[in-house]
Design a protein around this ligand. Structure first.
Ligand code: ADP
Ligand code: MG
Length: 334
């Protein structure tokens, strides 16, 4: 069987990096009252082939701009971008054949059914009729039952999954999802992640943008953090989270505490903070201090714990620690 264009493009080479960005920049022109905006500033980034990669950053960081440049929807202002080894300037068709992009916006034509959407997209990518996987793809994203319903009758979660199906018609080796969980309920989110995980296990490189640290943490093996158009960190997940090495412990005790001075030294050395009259909050480095030691110190101080909760580092902490260098062990990343 003759290979269609997308197949040929992805088989042409097996690059070390599925995506390579060098000095990638984007400035949106001033429009009316809004001044020009530097959305990406000299971004260097490598996404290793086969990885499950998170591009993490707050709203306005530049995530969609980066994705849309790769998708060919936004024209970069400077720098280079390669997809599967193909330069998006000198080899745009091959570069495009190697990625599937699920955009942030749920832009679907309301008057087509999922089956039609997938078939048309396959046609657009030159996948011959006999090689189309429409039924399998629709089943994989859980839309078999809705294959003949108009898109306008699909829920937000179904539309998102239809966009995933659409992005996969040409079986690209790289799948990019831009904030895919917005508007998807928890159960279907799980289904979406199972499908995407399966693709990754089958060798597809996945890039996911999110502003939820937790999502990046559970799914991805490598995380880049982007803020104000610049990459402030790009590391294996474990190294990054290890570098944060901060946890919070909030303990509620059975009696009122007037102030820090009332606590014994064995507890004060953890720099506790009194919240309300009966709560003690401690921020500690899990790699150096065991929760057990803090709890023992509480016992020695004659305090009975009635409730306990933990606080993980969140995105805000990540930024603070990466950009201020204030935490021990944290450094300002390049
Ligand atoms: P993110 O996806 O991380 O939320 P975006 O890439 O959408 O970030 O936006 C990055 C910055 O560029 C923001 O300040 C945003 O307002 C601006 N921006 C995005 N798209 C446009 C556009 N088409 N015209 C002008 N400014 C834009
Ligand atoms: Mg965005």
């Amino acid at each position: 069987m003759k290979k269609h264009f997308a197949q040929a493009a992805r088989e042409a080479q097996n690059p070390d990096n599925a995506i390579e960005l060098r000095q990638l920049s984007k400035t949106y022109d001033a429009q009316g009252r809004s001044p020009a905006k530097r959305a990406l500033i000299d971004v260097d980034l490598d996404v290793p082939r086969g990885s499950f990669f998170a591009l993490l950053g707050p709203n306005g960081a530049g995530k969609s701009t980066l994705i849309n440049i790769l998708a060919g929807l936004v024209v970069k202002s400077g720098g280079q971008a390669r997809v599967w080894g193909y330069d998006i300037d000198s080899n745009p068709r091959r570069a495009k054949a190697c990625i599937g992009v699920v955009p942030q916006e749920l832009n679907l034509d309301a008057f087509f059914t999922p089956r039609e959407v997938v078939e048309m997209q396959a046609g657009l990518y030159g996948v011959p009729k006999g090689q189309r996987q429409t039924d399998r793809i629709l089943a994989a994203v859980g839309l078999t039952d809705k294959a003949e319903s108009y898109a306008r009758n699909l829920s937000g979660g179904m539309r998102r999954r239809l966009l995933v199906a659409k992005a996969m018609v040409h079986e690209p080796p790289v799948l990019i999802l831009d904030e895919p969980t917005a508007g998807v309920d928890i159960e279907l989110r799980q289904q979406l992640w199972d499908y995407v995980r399966g693709l990754n296990e089958a060798g597809v490189t996945i890039v996911l943008t999110t502003h939820y640290l937790e999502e990046a943490e559970t799914l991805c093996d490598r995380i880049a953090i982007i803020n104000h158009g610049q990459v402030v960190a790009c590391e294996d997940k474990r190294d990054l989270l290890g570098r944060l090495d901060r946890k919070g412990l909030v303990l509620t005790v059975d009696r009122d505490i007037a102030g820090i001075a009332e606590l014994p030294e064995s507890l004060r050395r953890y720099n506790p903070e009194i919240r309300g009259s009966r709560q003690i909050a401690v921020s500690y480095s899990p790699s150096r201090i065991r929760v057990q030691d803090i709890l023992s110190a509480m016992g020695e101080a004659g305090l009975t714990i009635t409730d306990l909760s933990t606080e993980e580092a969140d995105l805000e902490d990540v930024f603070l620690s990466l950009t201020s260098g204030a935490h021990e062990g944290g450094s300002t990343a390049a």
